[in-house]
Design a binder for this molecule. Sequence first.
Ligand code: ATP
Ligand code: MG
Length: 471
Amino acid sequence: MNLKNALSLPIFNNISNAADALELETYVIGGFVRDYLLKRNKEVKDIDVVAVGSGIALARKVSQILPNKPKVQVFKTYGTAMLRSGNMDIEFVGARKESYATDSRNPVVEDGTLEDDQNRRDFTINALAIKLNDNGYGDLIDPFDGISDLERKIIRTPLDPDITYSDDPLRMMRAIRFASQLDFMIERTSLESITKNAERIKIITNERIVDELNKIMLSPTPSKGFLLLEKTGLLPYILPELMALKGIDEIEGQKHKDNFYHTLEVVDNISEHTDDLWLRWAALLHDIGKAPTKKFSKKVGWTFHGHEFVGSKMVYKLFKRLKMPLNDKMKFVQKMVLMSSRPIVISEDHVTDSAVRRLIFDAGDHIEDLMTLCEADITTKNPKRFKRYHNNFKVVREKMKEVEERDHVRNFQPPVSGEEIMEAFNLKPGREIGILKEAIKEAILEGDIPNEKEAAIAFMIKKAKDIKLIK
Ligand code: ATP
Ligand code: MG
């Protein structure tokens, strides 16, 4: 098969010229070829090039040919080199043969042929190569019939899966990530082999695991990936907190729902409304506090008191363990988990202005995200309830709009500043100022006074009398 048409980007012409100048047999391989055939190539971010010989020499030559002479980054230990062209990372590697020792992901590497290099690839669909030399330009080299696997949507390893996965256990995560991202099936012996080798995931660094988890998270239906992680036994090593949500207990005929499957439904639901990785993480973790807080009592049945608070604390530990960023993204996820029941509690009751004001105040700029999460959280299979819950949130949203237009509490700025308080009572900085500020804020959120200066000053004077600051 000839795939010249895949090579329309000008960079391929440059690589081809460089390869012929050095008389190096050269191919584009891996993700680029796969995505071209799957028509997923709209925005090419990285291209992998393999040369039978020195990939580093080829990268240098390509840089010389390019008008802007981009810098070549060389990774000597791996025998690879990279350069940036436009928005693309072009990675060059010399064809190689790999063999592994059992206690490490790092293989012993020797120079090899194209075939050796294709053998060391993770999946048949990632081993497809297109020739770039003038002689044979565009020829597809597909020794494992990856083309059929692409058509049949199958993830399969080029070699015995037991060897492929045990050599580099990260490939287990990659298999599941591709299955989720591309909506492919993992071929049976592969799945068995992942299950058998699951424990070996322990030798993979958290950073790499999280890279794959994030890609699963961003796939169209993330539950597909998480169900595979669970089915193969990988999940307990990666996200034991999630695993702990699985199962239904029954005491005296009373059951609670399976919070693992519920959570996955919530993640799928939210993925229809947002591509935000962190909001999707919030959906995945919104109920993790339910495992440690679960209780049964004869009076009220199953309860998960305080699971939001406990869950938000667990978010920090989980991010830390997985070496995920402990920055504002983590804080956002914590906040979503902590507040995840607030709109529900409001909506179940008569929706009061003050409850809505407090919700908007506490959620701040994340109020929309929080509502999106709560709506995704509705997974009841009872159509009447489904409709009722959604309607309740509609009422909350309407009330939110009304209250926000009137009271502007979303990015609350106190109508009387600390300086103004000090000036009014001729005070030095101290405890009283905080007390008065807090009292004004509370009065506004409660709806005792409007969010306006005049009313706030009158209230402040009254309060100052109450606390005997003035007579
Ligand atoms: P994407 O870039 O969309 O994540 P990709 O297939 O291009 O997918 P990369 O991580 O960019 O993935 O790797 C490029 C190629 O290198 C792959 O297509 C595959 O051929 C090979 N490869 C990457 N990681 C491994 C691995 N752990 N084991 C074997 N081959 C791998
Ligand atoms: Mg890639």
